[in-house]
Ligand binder design. Structure first.
Ligand code: SAH
Length: 413
């Protein structure tokens, strides 16, 4: 192709303004067409228009040169590009970001009874890859997980101010995937004012969330519906909540009529908040929070022959990568084996996994394996995933990360 001007400055201008194009290979799985917004380096046939700088917006075309999408690129990452729009005529600017945020809000306003306390933006699933925004009343907590989103911060800020009008936004960029993008981890105020402890409401209960230092963004909204799902199983029950964090499940159990609840977590600071949460809801006399490694606690309690009507297990992701899966399966099996052994006959095991690599069938098979070893028969009474403010795109497997099951437990001998 002949450039429009022949002096070197003109050429440079031409090259700089020419959009980089990623032409994808003919032989590849049509993941992008199925809604998976990632392009791996191995799927790219040619890069024309010069190697993009991290965060540059590029065009993605199929092997015949037909337009597929526009996205941001990061040649330093294994995920070479992520889709920002499927429309050739859409520019990536504040108006685009405003449209995206408005759509994310409208989706939640349709599906949730209360959008003051929820996940407003769930990255790829809200067509904003690499951006998480959780709302805690008047303030927001955001995570920026990719180089492309980092570069779009000025645009995002204007759009967030316009659509959500928060009093402040706190950044919880202490997430290890940032390193894979060539970004550092950090936390701190983005703008405005954000208190360390925010108060939220869930099913008529109030909870404090530690926005500066709590796990992830401070509270796990994804388990909201699953916390309510325990209601029929806990009246008058002795309940164990392992990996209880700030007491989400434990406080719900006490509220729904449990006689006694034991909450166990390894984090002293999470338990401090958990105790305040129990107090705030007038349930402190029913819940005993203990700081311990759940693996040790379960081993000792099992050895001592302790029994509960309901055992709940909501561990952190044991398998952060495919390679870590084998060790993770052992971990899930161990806690479920101990847990299920401590369920009284006719009681319930409430068990979850938030590792994407632990696929739903594998998770259920692992729990079954544990129950078989423990001479228990399981009856599945409930199986679900994350709440509706964590939408899933059909073609994106990583979106189905949360598995949550309630089993009735019968002894076999
Ligand atoms: N059920 C909670 C969320 C659990 S998140 C809720 O509804 O809010 C996972 C929790 O496991 C975190 O609080 C973390 O501190 C805790 N944790 C991680 N490893 C642990 C271990 N080995 N023993 C006990 N708790 C652990």
């Amino acid at each position: 192709m002949v450039p429009p001007c022949f002096d070197i400055a003109g050429w440079n201008r031409y090259v700089l303004h020419m959009t980089t194009q990623l032409k994808l290979k003919r032989q590849r799985k049509k993941r992008l067409e199925q809604g998976h917004p990632w392009v791996y380096a191995s799927e790219i046939d040619t890069v024309s228009g010069g190697e993009p700088a991290p965060g540059d917006v590029v065009e993605i075309v199929n092997h015949q040169g037909a337009f597929l999408a526009k996205g941001y690129a990061n040649p330093k990452s294994q995920i070479y590009a992520r889709v920002l729009t499927y429309r050739a005529d859409e520019s990536i600017d504040t108006a685009w970001a405003v449209r995206r945020l408005q759509a994310a809000l409208a989706y939640r306003e349709r599906l949730l009874p209360d959008t003051r306390f929820c996940r407003l933006v769930y990255g790829e699933a809200d067509f904003l890859p690499g951006l998480i925004i959780d709302r805690y009343g008047d303030v927001l907590v955001a995570q920026i997980l990719s180089y492309g989103m980092e570069r779009l911060k000025p645009v995002l800020r204007s759009a967030i101010e316009e659509v959500f009008r928060p009093l402040g936004v706190y950044l919880r960029n202490d997430v290890s995937v940032r390193r894979l993008e060539g970004l550092e981890e950090h936390t701190g105020l983005w703008w405005g004012e954000v208190p360390r402890l925010a108060q939220i409401e869930e099913h008529g209960l109030t909870f404090l969330a530690d926005l500066y230092e709590g796990q992830k963004t401070g509270y796990f909204y994804d388990q909201r519906d699953n916390r309510a799902a325990i209601a029929p199983f806990v009246p008058n029950a002795e309940v164990l909540d392992c990996f209880c964090h700030t007491g989400g499940f434990a406080v719900h159990a006490a509220h729904y009529g449990a006689k006694r609840v034991t909450g166990v977590d390894i984090s002293g600071s999470a338990l401090e908040v958990a105790r305040r949460n129990a107090e705030m809801n007038g349930l402190a006399d029913k819940i005993d929070f203990q700081e311990a490694n759940a693996f040790d606690f379960l081993r000792d309690a099992d050895r001592d022959g302790r029994l509960f009507d309901v055992v709940m297990l909501d561990p952190p992701a044991f398998a952060k990568s495919k390679r870590a899966l084998e060790g993770a399966i052992r971990g899930y099996k161990e806690i479920n084996l101990r847990g299920v052994r401590m369920v009284k006959d006719g009681g319930y095991l409430v068990t979850a996994s938030c590792s994407f690599h632990m696929l739903p069938d594998l998770f259920q098979a692992t729990v079954l394996d544990a129950a078989t070893d423990a001479h228990k028969i399981l009856r599945l009474v409930h199986f679900s995933g994350a709440a509706k403010d964590h939408p899933e795109i059909a073609g994106v497997e990583e979106g189905h990360y949360l598995k949550y099951a309630i089993y009735e437990v019968q002894s076999r001998k």
